[in-house]
Design a protein around this ligand. Structure first.
Ligand code: SF4
Ligand code: SF4
Length: 448
């Protein structure tokens, strides 16, 4: 039996009319079958209906119909990872990810958070969205790393070489830098630039672009998320008009959010059309590289077998959010990596944006379970496709955890030692940036 809610009873301040109509349509699709319980990480941990997708749908429905919104309601909505495993399991096509966003937005207006929660959520937004401050704190942490216990050391990512190739191709694509990735792992975008360069594409950075807005969206700062989206669209737009082919996402968490810009700004008369175009041009890096497979094989032809057994962790934002499954694995195989079997590949690693900070107990339980699943076949290295998953997994294992594109880039011949980064302003001027000597990465020497 389907579920219906009466939108006429919704409190007017709780959501926009289109959000209310959308919530009604989504909730109406749920037939309460409970299939989603089998793949929901929090239900698997707690076996509690309120920690399941179906239970949360009930909570949101009740809240939207004007029922009480307590801190308990907020508690169960907060505990959801937004992993969207329930979405890929659901036979009725319930778009749970969109519904939880609406539910959280409404609960934020109707329930009062404890002061400590309000402060920590605001602090996270201020810290993680401020690139300079975050980079500064990370620099201090790296300096102090040798004096830390090993468990704490693993929370600070290793710095790998990050030289960019010289721009040389007429085919061009933009890349999103993101908020924390440039400080945590600048080697990821550099590796993406190297691999795309090898297949005939120049990757271009646009320095004015900021955070994609996903972090704000997940912390229910919806207006801030929309402001980031508008800002980035303005920064990309002049370059899109010059004919760049795509906007490449090297973090699947950013990719799933930017691909939703069109939906997020659909009611904005000034930005709706541009946002839809940006979403249409957004590609995960794996899609771009997979489309160039013949050129990739040619570029890798001289590479000897890596001899490394690799366990690939597919982030939820890749496999559930973007429905991109089985795209990265053939690329790793083509580069000479032996893929090892992974149990429970659909389950979240517990990273989920700021979840690992705000829900540390649940996050740690999920990380333990994920590391056990990934290491069952004794791999030499773990690969993933999102900076959040990478740092989460690395903090729980002594095995190296890398972005898959770094592993691919390391199979290519070394590039010229002095290569400028590809940075373009909206006018199209190219600016030389830092110059670094690229050494072949080596786990023993690349650590700080
Ligand atoms: S699987 Fe889909 S239809 Fe079934 S209970 Fe879960 S959300 Fe509802
Ligand atoms: S998004 Fe993930 S954690 Fe949240 S209800 Fe769905 S499966 Fe469970």
């Amino acid at each position: 039996m389907k579920t219906y809610i009466n939108v006429a009873t919704l409190p007017p301040s709780s959501a926009t009319p289109s959000a209310r109509a959308e919530a009604e349509a989504i909730i109406g699709k749920c037939v309460h079958c409970g299939f989603c319980l089998a793949t929901c990480p929090t239900y698997q941990l707690e076996q509690n209906e309120l920690d399941s997708p179906r239970g949360r749908i009930y909570l949101i429905k009740s809240m939207l119909e004007g029922g009480p919104t307590s801190t308990q309601t907020q508690h169960y909505l907060d505990r959801c990872l937004t992993c969207r495993a329930c979405e890929t399991t659901c036979p009725s096509g319930v778009e749970y990810g969109r519904l939880i966003d609406i539910g959280r937005h409404v609960s934020e207006h109707r329930a009062t958070r404890r002061p400590a929660q309000r402060v920590s959520r605001l602090f996270l937004r201020r810290l993680l969205l401020n690139r300079r401050l975050f980079t500064l704190l990370l620099t201090f942490a790296r300096l102090a790393r040798p004096f830390m216990p090993s468990a704490l050391q693993r929370k600070i990512p290793v710095r790998w070489p990050s030289a960019w190739p010289t721009p040389r191709h007429t085919r061009q694509m933009l890349v999103l830098d993101g908020c924390v990735q440039p400080a945590l792992a600048p080697s990821i975008n550099a590796a993406a630039a190297r691999v795309l360069d090898a297949v005939g594409i120049t990757l271009v950075r646009v320095p004015k672009v900021r955070c994609c807005g996903a972090l704000s969206q997940h912390l229910s700062a919806v207006d801030e998320a929309a402001a980031f989206a508008r800002h980035n669209i303005d920064a990309w737009w002049p370059l899109l008009e010059t004919g760049v082919e795509a906007i490449v996402m090297t973090a699947s968490g950013c990719g799933v959010h930017v691909s939703e810009y069109g939906h997020l700004l659909r009611d904005d008369p000034l930005y709706a059309a541009k946002a839809a175009r940006v979403s249409a041009l957004t590609r995960d890096l794996s899609q771009v590289v997979a489309a160039e497979m013949p050129a990739l094989r040619q570029a890798l032809a001289a590479a000897p077998s890596s001899g490394l057994r690799t366990a690939f962790h597919s982030p939820c934002t890749l496999q559930h959010g973007q429905r991109l499954r089985g795209v990265v694995e053939p690329l790793l195989s083509a580069a000479g990596f032996e893929l090892s079997a992974v149990a429970e590949p659909h389950l979240c690693c517990g990273s989920a944006g700021t979840y690992s900070i705000l829900q540390p107990r649940y996050s740690a339980r999920l990380r333990r379970r994920k590391i056990a699943a990934l290491t069952l076949a004794a791999p030499n290295v773990i690969a993933t496709a999102n900076i959040g998953c990478l740092t989460q997994l690395q903090s729980g294992t002594a095995l190296p955890v890398r972005h898959w594109i770094e592993l691919l880039a390391e199979r290519l011949p070394p590039i010229e030692p002095s290569s400028p980064s590809n940075i373009r302003t909206p006018r199209g001027d190219e600016q030389p940036a830092e110059r670094r000597v690229l050494k072949q990465p080596n786990a023993a020497t690349a650590r700080d």
